[in-house]
Design a binder for this molecule. Structure first.
Ligand SMILES: [Zn+2]
Length: 247
């Protein structure tokens, strides 16, 4: 989701180790390497787990310039799975990390991950009578879903809830981060994780919505290609996200 100011969405949680420089791999044709940045090519790396689509992989370089300097051609990149979190090998402080539900996977499939990926989203409201009302799929741009689309969807659902004579009990802001996640190992054997978890802009947006509805639980979720969903919940300005991995 697009933060208001910076227009940046994805918080790439990148743990970099110093002294990892990039050097052209001249063995594969120096001139060609100059004109075509091989660091952005999915085939420049050894993949453990499913190799991601080229366009989705390349987005990382648009979003995170730092990555360019640290990814060394020929590195081994291991796709992240939910098991990494279950085993405690990876953590995202503050986020609840869970396996994506079938509904979340279905929403993710609308992101065109295999082709030209873009973020999509959805608002899901639960009323005080337990009725669940969802918006249509909100189609974003390549690196975000505009916040006004979520705002408009909440207002529209709110009108319906009023007509029903009910109250909003919770609001879920669900969206996708169609960017592959991986761990890479540099030549010195140091590991670095690149995650597509919730951005600060995502969490700030949830807090902003929460500030307008104190007694409504506001949850924001980001669904990723590996079937991992990152969640944060805010109620009355307080972070009420549940703890350890589940499902
Ligand atoms: Zn986001």
């Amino acid at each position: 989701m697009l933060p208001k100011v910076s227009m940046r969405i994805i918080l790439l949680t990148i743990i970099f180790v110093a002294n990892t420089g990039y050097a052209f791999d001249l063995s594969c044709g120096g001139l060609l390497a100059i004109f075509k940045d091989k660091r952005k090519q999915v085939d420049s790396y050894v993949w453990v787990g499913e190799k991601p689509p080229q366009a989705a992989f390349k987005k990382h370089f648009k979003l995170e310039g730092e990555l360019k300097r640290h990814l060394v051609i020929g590195s081994t990149l291991t796709r992240i799975t939910f098991e990494h979190f279950q085993k405690g090998a990876l953590q995202v402080p503050g986020d609840q990390v869970s396996a994506s539900t079938p509904e979340e996977v279905a929403l993710f499939e609308k992101s065109n991950y295999e082709g030209k990926p873009k973020e999509v989203g959805k608002v899901v409201v639960t009323t005080d009578k337990g009725q669940i009302i969802s918006s249509e799929t909100l189609i974003g741009i390549d690196v975000g879903v505009q916040q006004y689309k979520f705002n408009d969807a909440i207002v529209e659902i709110g009108k319906t809830v009023v007509k029903l004579g009910q109250k909003i009990q919770s609001i879920e802001l669900v969206h996708t981060h169609p960017f592959p996640q991986f761990i890479f190992v540099d030549p010195a054997g140091n590991q670095k994780a690149v995650l597509s978890s919730l951005s600060k802009g995502d969490v700030d947006f949830a807090k902003e919505i929460s500030s307008m509805a104190k007694f409504v639980k506001v949850t924001i979720r980001a669904i990723t290609p590996e079937g991992i969903t990152y969640t944060r919940s805010i109620l009355g300005g307080q972070d009420v996200t549940a703890g350890p991995p589940k499902r």
